[in-house]
Design a protein. Structure first.
Length: 309
């Protein structure tokens, strides 16, 4: 449905802006659509165009006008097909088309027939990174508190673990937090490793500014924790990520062993990434990092005095 202001259509039925002059303001992530040229005509009403040559090609143009600006992404192919541009196009330096395969051609209309152009050539297109440079941990329930009923023990926990899922070419990052009263929701983030060949090593580390436990902190009384140090994992040190479901686990926990309160806390606010993965493969030594949006975690478990069952 078209939208009109004062009887004038400003957004047409194709959801395109229409009859709008003198716009100003701020934009963040608008990008032009790339218009693929099917024939030989360069439509200067399009902001960005593309063309791959399958033979020597003589271009024409249409829809020129003062101020019209367009960018043409031109691939002359491995056969070095030569393009010929209209006589109204003036290149500041005549390109040697055979010198490069790919060209970025910027076209500006000084008038309907005075069209200035520049051409920049290169020989390879940017490749996607072999490993994503970052990953995100969301919905990590790393702040927990539990008070048991009289005499009942209490425990809380927060976990981040890593395992290499080779069958699916990915590193699985598992993160969850909860207490002993219910099954905690488990969240996953996956890091694509399909761009890495002949992986010889995958390691991960965590980085904390501080971490501490007070109350009942005897590591032998915990299945893991109360901090990763209790399990042999120091902040800032790399540890191998196995190809197994259990994986490498960094876990924080707090529990009671009678009446009283236990608290475990940690601060991820360091100059280093909160979590970092290092992959060694044919493409080199690659890194993927995570900065968690909430930098501090806290776990509390409390048991009131009473007969422990």
């Amino acid at each position: 449905m078209a939208i009109k202001i004062g009887g004038t259509t400003v957004i047409n039925n194709s959801r395109e802006l229409a009859a709008i002059n003198g716009m100003d303001g701020t934009y963040t992530s608008f990008h032009p659509n790339v218009f693929a040229i099917s024939g030989t005509a360069i439509d200067l009403s399009q902001t960005m165009l593309s063309k791959t040559l399958s033979a020597a090609t003589t271009f024409t143009y249409l829809n020129s006008g003062v101020g019209r600006t367009a960018v043409l992404l031109l691939d002359i192919s491995t056969s070095n097909h030569v393009p010929t541009f209209p006589g109204d196009f003036s290149f500041q330096a005549t390109p040697t088309w055979s010198g490069n395969r790919y060209w970025v051609i910027t076209i500006v209309c000084f008038s309907a027939t005075d069209i200035q152009a520049t051409a920049v050539g290169y020989n390879s297109t940017p490749a996607a990174p072999a490993l994503p440079s970052s990953f995100t941990i969301t919905d990590w329930d790393h702040i927990q508190a539990m008070t048991g009923t009289f005499g009942a023990l209490a425990s809380t926990f927060a976990i981040v673990s890593f395992n290499y899922d080779a069958a699916n070419n990915r590193i699985a990052v598992r993160h969850l937090g909860g207490d002993s009263t219910a099954t905690a929701p488990v969240y996953h983030t996956y890091i694509d490793t399909s761009g890495c060949t002949n992986i010889t090593s995958i390691q991960a580390q965590y980085n904390v500014q501080s971490q501490a436990c007070s109350g009942y902190c005897t590591a032998s009384g915990y299945s893991f924790g109360p901090t990763p140090v209790s399990d042999g994992y120091n902040s800032g040190t790399y540890y191998s990520v196995p190809n197994s479901p259990g994986g490498l686990q960094f876990g924080w926990a707090a529990k009671t062993n009678g009446a009283g309160i236990t608290t475990t806390s940690f601060s991820l606010n360091t100059a280093d990434p909160d979590f970092r993965i290092k992959v060694v493969c044919d493409e080199g030594t690659l890194y993927s990092t995570c900065e968690f949006t909430q930098g501090s975690g806290s776990l509390m478990a409390e048991t009131y005095a009473g007969a422990i069952p």
